[in-house]
Design a protein around this ligand. Sequence first.
Ligand SMILES: Cc1ncc(COP(=O)(O)O)c(C=O)c1O
Length: 384
Amino acid sequence: MSDQHSHQSFETRAIHAGNTADPLTGAVVPPIYQVSTYKQDGVGGLRGGYEYSRSANPTRTALEENLAALEGGRRGLAFASGLAAEDCLLRTLLAPGDHVVIPNDAYGGTFRLFAKVVERWGVDFSVANTSDIESVRDAVNDRTKLIWVETPSNPLLGITDIEAVAGVARQAGVKLVVDNTFASPYLQQPLALGADVVVHSLTKYMGGHSDVVGGALVTADEALGEELAYHQNAMGAVAGPFDSWIVLRGIKTLAVRMDRHSENAAKIVEMLTQHPKVTQVLYPGLPEHPGHEVAAKQMRSFGGMISFRVEGGEEAAVEVCNRAQLFTLGESLGGVESLIEHPGRMTHASVAGSALEVPADLVRLSVGIENVEDLLADLRQALG
Ligand SMILES: Cc1ncc(COP(=O)(O)O)c(C=O)c1O
């Protein structure tokens, strides 16, 4: 984060960091620099420091500065998707013979990247319950290079104590990576708690309107940021100018959206916990959630993601998803519109048969910012 923004509150940084007025016209919003190359004033004479848009593009730079400021990091990097960001990170940090610790609950695509892609390069992994610090400690060995944490986790809403895992990582001399997609930097700041790198699917709360796919890495450290920027350019899966612009636009309302996501989710949780067809509600805001105290300590509020289990098993869960009307049946999350899905058959089909398999009677909600009474009415009719 540049010193210019370090004293500002989150909401102010969300709107201003990276968003400097255009030097040519004074436009208050950074233009979409839809351009691949830049005129040079003589060979090597770069006017604005830009030479080719894979290496850097001004609209992407604006987003990257904003991301670094929001996470309190030294360097932000924007990619074509969350998985592109993860891929760049893993190929930068890992080499054949290395070992990683991954959580027993994570986005299915992240697990697939480790199990089907990274493992083929000769990098093996251990699955740990990252909510349990002893499980993490036990999983680390002398070849371990990084510990991966997702909190709250997708789709079981497990909570990991970031500060505690950072302590284990520091002791073992390994990097701690935190996927902050479910919380967003408004609710949780992993770098301040000791993480080395934050990962985002910008597709979710950061973009916030289900209209863009993107990803990000933010580092605590300048040198690692430089190394990742080198690999970002070498591998090439960068965020395009328009996608960067639309995420930057979405981020301006992140704070107000997240407040409403959390408020609506809390009311929906209250209804679900009393509903006779619901056998379990997974939400870190519930006092009985095993990670409640840690979540209360490290998160501003508990967010807009809820999972719950229904009486009647898989078919009953699928039926609830099919009957919902205002909650759109679809993958992804974090948009202003509410979504419902069946993780076992949809977002997490790729973890079937693994240690990350999810319960068949599970339904996941991404609670939007519509009027909560309308959302409650729809869920009541969907539950039957
Ligand atoms: C927690 C989490 N991390 C990473 C990703 C991957 O991001 P993307 O779909 O933008 O590649 C997702 C996507 O659903 C996710 O939910």
